[in-house]
Design a binder for this molecule. Structure first.
Ligand code: ADP
Ligand code: MG
Length: 731
């Protein structure tokens, strides 16, 4: 609790009223308000806590700086000869910023980031300490891998793992009121070289896509010397903010990140008065500080606004390359949570903190940029640019169609099971929205008819059809899981709490495969022949894959039927989707591009299936405990009060209704406890997940329905949990 004193006049009020009044009277914890005015030029702190290229240029010996940059441009590992020199400069810079410790900051398969802090100081032997931090410590760390999930890899190999510096993602300083910490982004692998984290496969997939795209461009555009293609990501993050008092009064939120009970409030988002509404002052103050913290860390923030649900908001960055953008996304989630506490708030990143209220997602904007600054998914001004665009766009359509199920698996988690397919988030069916103009163009190319209105002069390629492309049609479809939005695709089905790494790793890898496949059919073509060849490749590929293109309402029942007729996958829940991480088509493409070996894929699959079972077990136990020790007793206490309230007809009716509701509740509670206590003995961890999905989850839902009935019957004064109508609306 925030320790806010209860004013004397409130002491006589019912407990819930007291809570609400104090929650509404927030005050910042620890003097956060009045932080520097960002409108003054001197206070613009962008990148102040980043070991950026500028800092490197200023602090490294010239030759070292040049060698470091040259290596980075070429995508090479750090030259050990210059490591010591880089380490010294980094340590001196960090200590000047107040850092006393450093950490290798990495992303194990837990889904969050990990850090182990080491002091810069080492003993000198004569009782003194000197600052030391060598190239070796910069490049490599040795955390104990046995405490991180490793799936099958743990079983057969020794527990040791190591972290290795990723020089392509800048080191940064995390500040705390009492000190500062140098964070060095690192990859995490086993001693046998297997990836144990989310960064390694992402980096490998970026390399794979770059190679394929550069090769394709050498055919499509031989005069432009592109040497590297970067995938880009801009992730729009949704989150809830609630008063911390309510948070700490709800054991379900504290333990599982979501409410396991809670009746739907009379006012939800029916009125649509929250979306894009003016931002409450406390929340705005919070957002400004979040952005200031992120600016110091070099994370560029572009937009902020209210989201659809009450108490829901969104923050979106300026896009960056997938590796840096993903690290920055993790930092954004961390900063959102840390700063909230300074305002007496808690930031909820769970996909579905409140049943019956819109959940939170993460829209993953994705594209491919060349090292010369071109966006391969941006329709251009010339017919030639548009040929390139159509080629890469066709590759994405082909990849998404072929690997729909894998893409679905890459975003699977228990939190997502409450969201995907509900009428608020994209369905579990993966389809692509192209926008009506672009879809018409692909259709025209496929049928060879062309756009009548297209001026002949624009064609001029010796080919029959090449229509002018829309620059940005403004044609939007909020229900599509994978939408073309002008110059990028937006993969909208990610969960709010997840790292964007895996879905982007999958996207990069499958698109690399499709690019190679399509480019293979162009080998040797040039000039006019090339244009005709590209259109032919686009035509054939589109015809074979357009089943995945859908421009209608993804929330509708008809789409579910239609998708089934088209043969699209509809993998509703996590245990249905995860097996695709190890399907033969997945293993084939991941091994072909050296992104993840079969063993590495299997270890991931096992970790995720286990996490599903573990998470749901924690939820089931928390739910049972709240039911037994909080909700049932509240109902019993109210029955006691009713018992001494006389025997008027009204009292008797209230009593009877509550007594029978309590009977049913207790029955469901026992059913659920029995279901969760009786996991069958299984060989395969997937069978355990299926049991949970088929037996425990429905029992939890049935119990919740009865708990929510009690909430509507028991006197407000005795109800032990803050209600949705309070948690979501008092700001
Ligand atoms: P929209 O209106 O389609 O949501 P915005 O311009 O607001 O478009 O951008 C949304 C997100 O997409 C932002 O985070 C932005 O940085 C990101 N974005 C824009 N262009 C690209 C790109 N080429 N690659 C990846 N992300 C991008
Ligand atoms: Mg968007």
């Amino acid at each position: 609790m925030s320790g806010r004193p209860v004013p004397p006049r409130l002491r006589a009020m019912a407990r819930t009223r007291t809570q609400n009044v104090t929650a509404a009277q927030w005050s910042p914890n620890g003097g956060t308000l009045g932080a520097p005015d960002l409108t003054l030029p001197g206070n613009q702190v962008f990148g102040a806590n980043v070991f950026s290229v500028e800092v490197q240029r200023a602090r490294l010996p010239k030759t070292v700086f040049r060698r470091l940059q040259a290596g980075l441009d070429a995508g090479q590992a750090l030259d050990p000869e210059i490591a010591d020199s880089v380490a010294v400069a980094m340590r001196e810079w960090a200590m000047e910023q107040g850092a006393t410790h450093y950490t290798h900051w990495f992303q194990p398969l837990t889904g969050s980031t990990a850090e182990k802090h080491d002091s810069f100081y080492g003993p000198t032997g004569d009782g003194d300490a000197i600052a030391e931090f060598s190239g070796k410590e910069l490049i490599q760390g040795e955390p104990d891998a046995s405490s991180f999930p490793t799936g099958g890899i743990r079983a057969t190999f020794e527990a040791r793992g190591y972290t290795a510096w990723d020089p392509t993602s800048p080191a940064f300083i995390l500040e705390n009121p009492n000190g500062a910490l140098l964070c060095i982004p690192t990859a995490f692998a086993s001693w046998t070289g297997e990836a144990l984290d989310h960064k390694i496969p992402l980096l490998r997939s970026m390399d794979a896509l770059s190679k394929s795209a550069v090769k394709a461009l050498s055919i499509l555009d031989p005069d432009t010397p592109v040497s590297r293609v970067f995938t880009t990501i801009g992730a729009e993050q949704e989150y809830f903010l609630i008063d911390e008092q309510y948070y700490f009064e709800r054991p379900d939120l504290v333990t599982t990140g979501r409410t396991l009970y809670g009746a739907k409030p009379p006012k939800g988002h029916e009125l649509d008065d929250h979306y894009f509404g003016s931002i409450p002052e406390r929340v705005l103050a919070y957002m400004l500080e979040v952005e200031q913290e992120l600016a110091k860390l070099g994370v560029p923030i572009k937009t902020r606004h209210n989201e659809v649900a009450p108490a829901q908001y969104e923050i979106a960055p300026v896009f960056e390359n997938s590796n840096v953008g993903t690290d920055h996304q993790q930092l954004t989630m961390q900063i959102l949570q840390n700063v909230a506490r300074r305002y007496g708030l808690v930031c909820l990143l769970h996909e579905k903190p409140f049943a019956g209220v819109n959940g939170s997602g993460k829209h993953n904007n994705w594209s491919m940029s060349t090292d010369l600054g071109g966006n391969l998914l941006g329709p251009g001004d010339t017919p030639h640019d548009n040929l390139v665009f159509l080629f890469f766009c066709a590759a994405v359509i082909q990849a998404v169609n072929k690997h729909q199920a894998l893409l679905r698996a890459s975003i699977a988690s228990p939190g997502q099971d409450h969201r995907l397919g509900a009428n608020e988030a994209p369905p579990a069916i993966i389809s692509i929205f192209l926008g009506s103009e672009l879809e018409r163009i692909f259709e025209a190319i496929e049928s060879g008819t062309g756009e009548e209105s297209t001026p002949q002069a624009y064609l001029g390629l010796g080919t029959s059809v090449l229509p002018r492309l829309p620059k940005d049609s403004g044609d939007r479809n909020r229900t599509s899981p994978f939408a073309f939005t002008g110059n990028k695709f937006e993969f909208r089905a990610l969960g709010s709490s997840m790292s964007p790494s895996l879905p982007n790793t999958v996207l990069n890898t499958i698109v690399a495969e499709a690019i190679d496949e399509l480019a293979g059919r162009l080998e040797g073509a040039s000039g006019d022949e090339l244009a005709a060849g590209v259109l032919d490749v686009v035509k054939t590929s589109y015809a074979a894959n357009k089943q995945v293109v859908f421009g209608g309402d993804n929330y509708s029942e008809e789409w579910h039927d239609e998708a089934e007729r088209r043969g699209l996958h509809n993998l509703r829940q996590t245990p249905d989707a995860l097996p695709w991480l190890v399907a033969p088509s997945t293993v084939e493409v991941f091994e072909k591009y050296d992104v993840l070996s079969e063993r590495e894929l299997e270890s991931r699959y096992e970790v995720f299936v286990e996490q599903y079972v573990t998470n749901l077990n924690i939820e089931a136990e928390t739910m049972a405990e709240i039911g037994r020790t909080m909700l049932a007793p509240a109902a019993v206490n109210y029955l006691v009060q009713l018992g001494v309230a006389g025997d008027s007809a009204g009292v008797a009716r209230i009593k009877d209704e509550l007594a029978s509701a309590l009977d049913v509740f207790v029955e469901r509670l026992e059913d659920m406890e029995t279901a969760n206590a009786n996991h069958p003995e299984v060989e395969d961890v997937l069978d355990a997940a299926k049991y949970v999905q088929e037996t425990v989850v429905p029992a939890m839902e049935a119990l919740r329905a009865e708990g929510d009935k009690l909430e509507r019957l028991v006197t407000d004064a005795l109800w032990p949990l803050p209600k949705y109508s309070e948690v979501l609306f008092i700001k």
